[in-house]
Design a protein around this ligand. Structure first.
Ligand code: IDP
Ligand code: MG
Length: 141
């Protein structure tokens, strides 16, 4: 099934100047980039995006981190995008991530882990719509 997933190159990825490196891996893995932008999230926007984690011990730190500098949301499309993107980036905690995955290669810890990926086709659609209007999504390229 053709699915959409939202990637976010997180503020640590931007600070480390790894956005090009990670986007190259995304393109080589066969994902179509439908939309991409650089934004600095407010705490409200970051908190809303991660609302499902509200109340967890890491929530406040996560919101702080995600609003600490610019990030790069990217709307992606591909056959089996959800599973394939999560395979590309690896486990949430880089210590547990498979060698060669983006988080294993580049992430410092479980909180600052370089990149976000949606966890289901439904959330992929919802999360893409959180950052992109329909007219910002290019179906052709
Ligand atoms: P995911 O990004 O791999 O889907 P989630 O469990 O959905 O992982 O958590 C969302 C984000 O919250 C993670 O990517 C990470 O930045 C942060 N996070 C999750 N669990 C922890 C933790 O135990 N400590 C610190 N940060 C965490
Ligand atoms: Mg998640």
């Amino acid at each position: 099934m053709i699915e959409r997933t939202l990637a976010i190159l997180k503020p640590d990825c931007v600070r480390k100047r790894l956005t090009g490196e990670v986007i190259a891996r995304i393109e080589k893995a066969g994902f179509k980039i439908l939309g991409m932008k650089k934004v600095k999230l407010t705490k409200e926007t970051a908190g809303g995006f991660y609302a499902v984690h509200k109340g967890k011990p890491f929530y406040d730190g996560l919101v702080e981190f995600m609003s600490s500098g610019p990030c790069v949301p990217i709307a992606l499309e591909k056959e089996n995008a959800i599973t394939d993107f999560r395979a590309l980036i690896g486990a949430t905690d880089p210590k547990e991530a498979v060698p060669g995955t983006v988080r294993k290669l580049f992430a410092d810890n479980k909180g600052e882990n370089i990149v976000h990926g949606s966890d289901s086709p439904e959330n992929g659609k919802i999360e893409v719509a959180y950052f992109f209007s329909d007219r910002e999504l290019v179906e052709l390229g």
